[in-house]
Design a binder for this molecule. Sequence first.
Ligand code: PGA
Length: 253
Amino acid sequence: MQRRKLFVANWKMNKTVSESIRCATELKNLLSGKQEHEVVICPPFTSLSALELVLQEVSVFTGAQNMHALDSGAFTGEVSPRMLVDVGCDYVILGHSERRQMYAENEESLSKKIKAALDHGLIPIYCVGESDEQNQAGQSFDVIEQQLQNALRGLSHAEGFRLVVAYEPIWAIGTGRSASPDWADKIHAFIREKLAVIFTKDVANSLRILYGGSVNQDNIGLLMDQENIDGALVGGASLDAKHFTSIVKYGDK
Ligand code: PGA
């Protein structure tokens, strides 16, 4: 099954509005022309509307890094799916391990967020992945299975088709220690198998499963050669437009 590769820049808490505009403009120029792969930039909330304007005429999409499940209300500091749609946002990262660890995100609230995103026409990029400790203890597969089941159970097949899943082992994020292509492919194949049980084989075969964790221009080629890796969620290396472009254009040498 041919799945269009997807490259997502997760800028995390980096870049002011003017810095975001500068970087997205550079990226837009570097990526000009027909693009084989799909590209999404997830800046901080404050830069979303500015980037919508910069990226208007190119097929680079924007995404948020989190959202609340409800449309409005007394939730100080939160941003709703309606607000994201209003600024032209297309994607939303949900369940990133930094949010699970530092802001106590759990699968109960994540399943509501995923449903809310889908109800509003946003594409959720649902992140799963084990810690170093869990990996050492041989628990990676169990942890990931739970993360998938708890958050995705109850979605319809039609909703399943619109999901993106990202495998981000916590030990590989920001450490320079990327997962080996073999390991990542093994986990991705397992994720696809579980998605076939939760949804259907058709859904599982059409869904894109991204790899994230210390992706850079040197390791991207081998990762993308794997059968079950359909793109990347890139943190540190996405902050520089040239570096991110060479990741997106990994095949052009
Ligand atoms: P990294 O981050 O590329 O800096 O390891 C990836 C992520 O957290 O999404």
